[in-house]
Write a protein that binds this ligand. Sequence first.
Ligand SMILES: Nc1ncnc2c1ncn2[C@@H]1O[C@H](COP(=O)(O)OP(=O)(O)O)[C@@H](O)[C@H]1O
Ligand SMILES: [Mg+2]
Length: 168
Amino acid sequence: MTVEQVNNELPTMISMVESLIESVRKIATELRPGVLDHLGLIPAMEWQINQFRMMTKMKCIFTAPDDLDVEFNKNETTHIFRLLQEMLTNVARHSKANKVEISAQKENDLFVMVVKDNGKGFMVADKIQSGSLGLMGMNERALSIGAELRIDSTPGKGTSITFLLGKK
Ligand SMILES: Nc1ncnc2c1ncn2[C@@H]1O[C@H](COP(=O)(O)OP(=O)(O)O)[C@@H](O)[C@H]1O
Ligand SMILES: [Mg+2]
């Protein structure tokens, strides 16, 4: 190829790369995971936690009622499932924990999901200040469906993330 040919092809190549990036982003962040449609939220969570247990060999305890009396729309279940995945990814990547406890339940008028590890913990304020994209993205995900995320972590003592969504 001559330089001129390369220059001519460049806009096409750039737009191909851009659309590739866009589709990867969609798959990673937007598409609804198939297990949610096939199984429903709680069994999909259980499936994800089993995957995590197999991959990390970490002790995982999942507590959820068989008949969680909450109705979610598709958008809500997608975000809740993605949040669980993001929380578990952080546990695997950063915590050095040997145990993670996950719970999902209804408490009064709230659906509450907690992911708690017994790992090394971190200074939450520092990470928020430095603009950690993962934590910020998780917070925005929660806000986008009118939910709240509480991040509690103590260096040396582990991390607990609580997701709260109002549900009558
Ligand atoms: N469960 C956890 N245990 C220990 N440290 C954590 C945990 N979750 C997050 N962190 C710390 O907070 C930082 C920011 O997390 P995040 O925004 O998800 O970014 P990333 O995972 O891309 O590093 C991590 O780099 C890590 O230092
Ligand atoms: Mg992360």
